[in-house]
Design a protein around this ligand. Structure first.
Ligand code: FES
Length: 148
């Protein structure tokens, strides 16, 4: 009888630990998820993402209908992944991952360039980003590989 009680107590006392563990895993996974809204002249396209995904990954993984976006598949050759960030987003990205010379050279070829322009293949989602991000995709894009 005593043995049964101890076994029962052991089982009962282990339940909250398992539940807590599951919750923290679930919570941790949720903290790794983000949603990105790509605002275009034709509407808003929403993609789910994980921390560490580039904006190009989000477009590809969610099969978003952004024609020509990411034509060089992230090899820093086209600038078709040009996006305009909010000033806050730009400042966060610029702190952890500022644009390199190659990206800046390509951005110079992008139409509708702004102070908050970046190439989507070079921007990765970071833990400091809010759960939902919004980026603007300019109406006109240019494939730098065709400019010679
Ligand atoms: S996908 Fe070509 S430069 Fe980003």
């Amino acid at each position: 009888m005593l043995r049964l009680t101890l076994t029962t107590l052991t089982r009962v006392s282990s339940l909250p630990r398992i539940a807590t563990s599951s919750l923290s895993t679930s919570s941790r996974l949720q903290n790794e998820r983000r949603q990105v809204k790509f605002v275009t002249t034709n509407g808003v396209h929403i993609g789910n993402a994980n921390i560490g995904d580039s904006l190009l990954d989000v477009v590809v993984n969610n099969d978003l209908p952004l024609d020509g976006f990411g034509a060089c598949e992230g090899t820093l050759a086209c600038c078709t992944c040009h996006v305009v960030l909010s000033p806050e987003h730009f400042a966060r990205v610029d702190k952890v991952n500022p644009a390199g010379e190659d990206e800046l050279d390509l951005l110079d070829l992008a139409p509708a360039l702004s102070d908050e322009s970046r190439l989507g293949c070079q921007i990765k989602l970071d833990k400091s980003d809010p759960i939902v991000l919004e980026v603007t995709v300019p109406e006109v894009t240019r494939d730098a590989r065709t400019l010679d």
